[in-house]
Unconditional design. Structure first.
Length: 212
C-alpha cells in the first residue's frame, strides 16, 4: 500500500491564524490541513496518516489539552506542537509532560515554527518506521508453533541443546531442527539478537512443557 504523504494539521478556532499558518507551511512545500475545533480534527483523525499537529492550547469546547488526552487514549503517535499565549505557559508545560513534542509561545517567528514542524515530521517518520519493524518482528514471533515457542523459551534462558532435549523429551536432532526454525522464522542472525528481539517485544515466553 502506498504511503500517504505527510501533512501538517492545524487546529485553532481563529480563522485568521489558520489561514496564516496554512500559507506559511504552503510556502515551504508542506501540505497543511486546518480544523476550526479539536472535535473536528478528532472526528477526521486517521492513525495511518503521517504528519504532525499544530495545536492551540486554549479553545472553546474541547481544549488543546483535552484533544491531546483523547489522542493519547487512542495511542496516537502524531507529534503535537502546542501554540500558547503567555498566560498558557503552565498549560503548555503540562502538555509536554503528557508527551507533546514541543510548544511555541505567541508571538513567534514563522521560521521557528517551520523548524519545529520539520523536526516533528522527521520524528513521526522515525516512529512509524520503528513501529512497522516492531510489527514485523511481532508477526514473526507469532508464527512460531507451540513447540518452537518452548524451544525459544529455553534458548533465551541459555540452555544447551542437550539440556533442552532432556527437558522437552526430544532428541538433540529434533531440538536442532526446532532451533533452526526459530532462527529462520524470527529472522534473528544470532542468539544475542533473538534475545534482544524478545526483550524489545516484551515477549511473554511460555514455561516449556515436557512431552508427557
Amino acid at each position: 500500500m502506498k504511503e500517504k504523504p505527510a501533512a501538517v494539521f492545524i487546529v485553532d478556532d481563529d480563522e485568521a491564524v489558520r489561514s496564516s499558518l496554512r500559507f506559511v507551511f504552503k510556502s515551504v512545500g508542506l501540505t497543511a490541513t486546518p480544523f476550526a475545533s479539536a472535535q473536528a480534527f478528532l472526528d477526521a483523525y486517521d492513525p495511518n496518516q503521517p504528519g504532525c499537529l499544530v495545536l492551540d492550547v486554549r479553545m472553546p469546547g474541547m481544549s488543546g489539552l483535552a484533544l491531546q488526552e483523547q489522542l493519547n487514549l487512542k495511542g496516537a503517535m502524531l507529534p503535537v506542537i502546542f501554540i500558547s499565549g503567555h498566560g498558557d505557559i503552565p498549560m503548555a508545560v503540562e502538555a509536554i509532560q503528557h508527551g507533546a513534542f514541543d510548544f511555541l509561545q505567541k508571538p513567534f517567528r514563522d521560521q521557528d515554527l517551520i523548524d519545529r514542524v520539520q523536526r516533528a515530521l522527521a520524528k513521526d517518520e522515525t516512529n512509524r518506521v520503528q513501529l512497522k519493524e516492531r510489527n514485523r518482528i511481532q508477526e514473526r514471533f507469532e508464527s512460531l508453533t507451540p513447540r518452537e515457542r518452548d524451544v525459544l523459551a529455553l534458548m533465551t534462558s541459555g540452555r544447551a541443546n542437550k539440556v533442552m532435549a532432556a527437558e522437552l523429551g526430544l532428541s538433540q536432532r529434533t531440538i536442532e531442527i526446532h532451533r533452526a526454525h526459530v532462527m529462520e522464522k524470527t529472522g534473528a542472525s544470532s542468539l544475542a539478537q533473538l534475545v534482544r528481539m524478545a526483550m524489545e517485544l516484551n515477549w511473554s515466553l511460555p514455561e516449556p512443557t515436557s512431552r508427557a
